[in-house]
Design a protein around this ligand. Structure first.
Ligand SMILES: [Zn+2]
Length: 402
């Protein structure tokens, strides 16, 4: 954050609101100390936040000298946000409250960002909101995240019209990192990465508490780290990328080439009746490994070793403190990947140890992060560089492209 003297009214309000969120409970005096703002400014801003229903007074705390201070906390149920993760295999929807807690969740088999699915998605968003009976005017907006958000401009605009909600677009791995950050799983000023494995591989990066997207929004493309100069050609045009050597698609291709494993794991192979054969077969291989199939386990462990080496490079380059595993493929196979990654990164081979853990909500981390991006745009607009409009009932809801 920049110095309080340079803040505008709107960003002062956002900064105070974020301090209250991060503290959990804090007094007005605590806010003066934490923000450097005057008591008069804090008093005015807090009164406005209470009038808006965003902050509530709650109980008292003893202070030194015997005076009792009124404590303030975020009113978690004052506002909500919708998060949607569009994966090749599934569409995951969450509704979170202002504190980032999930209050409703839906997961549906999905196909890509097709205009025809807009109406279906709008109905599912409406069902999500209705399932908890939240008034529409309490919903700040909808975060839509995918592996390639730059391809979603028109889709996002159509979804904004169909739902009547402002839409914010972002990368799914970045969203996963923001979700982990926002939910308090990692420290407020941490330098960490969220590895995201769906059908592809990516990483979201947070440096000193600030999301790092890079000028083209492609920071953290760990899937295209080269691990073999003469390796097979990757979809990006280069050779020997992590994704082509060890991503879920590579694991599935190796398993399908093994007839005994294909039979034992019940792989669907290239059968066209299955909408997402790679996701379905990666799940089948993971289940076979858990049942003790040694060939399935060996394939996943080999993938994990490649991933661990690429992750160690990322950790060394960025001086990471924490690595969090997110995404549907880690939700399924995390028990195989986690120990291999820990051995590589916590063992500190020529570098400082990095704490590695599996997200407690790995499968929906990106959707939760998508909702958190909408909440952040309300609470910390300076960091995000955007603020949602006050009038959410506008005829043409805006789309913000990250
Ligand atoms: Zn590549």
């Amino acid at each position: 954050m920049s110095g309080p003297a340079r803040t505008t009214h709107a960003s002062t309000r956002a900064a105070v609101l974020d301090l209250i969120r991060a503290a959990g409970m804090i007094s007005r005096v605590g806010l003066v100390n934490a923000s450097g703002l005057t008591g008069g400014t804090i008093s005015t801003v807090v009164r406005g936040l209470i009038d808006e229903g965003l902050v509530a007074e709650t109980g008292h705390a003893e202070s030194t000298g015997g005076k009792r201070r009124v404590m303030l906390q975020l009113n978690h149920f004052a506002r909500y946000a919708v998060g949607v993760h569009l994966d090749d295999a599934r569409i995951t929807y969450v509704l979170t409250n202002l504190g980032g807690a999930v209050v409703a969740r839906i997961s549906r088999a999905g196909s890509g960002p097709d205009e025809a699915v807009v109406a279906k998605m709008a109905r599912e968003v409406a069902a999500l909101i209705d399932s908890v009976g939240v008034e529409r005017d309490r919903i700040l907006g909808l975060g839509l995240v995918a592996a390639r958000p730059s391809a979603l401009d028109e889709f996002g605009a159509a979804l904004a019209r169909a739902t009547g909600l402002p839409v914010v677009l972002d990368n799914d791995a970045t969203a996963a990192a923001i979700g982990e950050h926002w939910s308090g799983g990692v420290g407020a000023t941490s330098t960490f990465a969220a590895l995201h494995m769906g059908t592809g591989l990516g990483a979201g990066v947070v440096l000193g508490g600030t999301t790092h997207r890079g000028p083209s929004g492609h920071a953290g493309e760990i899937g295209h780290t080269c691990l073999d100069l003469d390796g097979p050609r990757c979809s990006c045009g280069a050779r020997g990328c992590l994704e082509v050597l060890a991503g879920p698609g590579a694991v599935v291709a190796q398993a399908r080439a093994d007839r005994a494993l294909s039979r034992a794991a019940g792989l669907v192979g290239g059968r066209t009746r299955v909408a997402t054969p790679v996701a379905a077969d990666f799940a089948a291989i993971s289940r076979a490994a858990r049942r003790g199939n040694a060939r399935a386990l060996a394939l996943l462990e080999r993938s994990a070793r490649y991933l661990a080496v690429a992750a160690r490079s990322l950790a060394n380059v960025l001086d990471l403190e924490v690595l969090v595993l997110t995404g549907p493929s880690f939700a399924i196979a995390g028990s195989v990947y986690l120990p291999v990654l820990r051995a590589e990164l916590e063992g500190a081979v020529g570098a400082h140890p990095v704490s590695v853990r599996l997200s407690p909500s790995a499968a929906s981390a990106s959707a939760i992060g998508a909702a958190a991006i909408v909440l952040q745009s309300e609470l910390v607009p300076r960091q995000q560089g955007l603020q949602l409009p006050d009038d959410l009932a506008a005829d043409e809801p805006p789309v913000f492209v990250r």
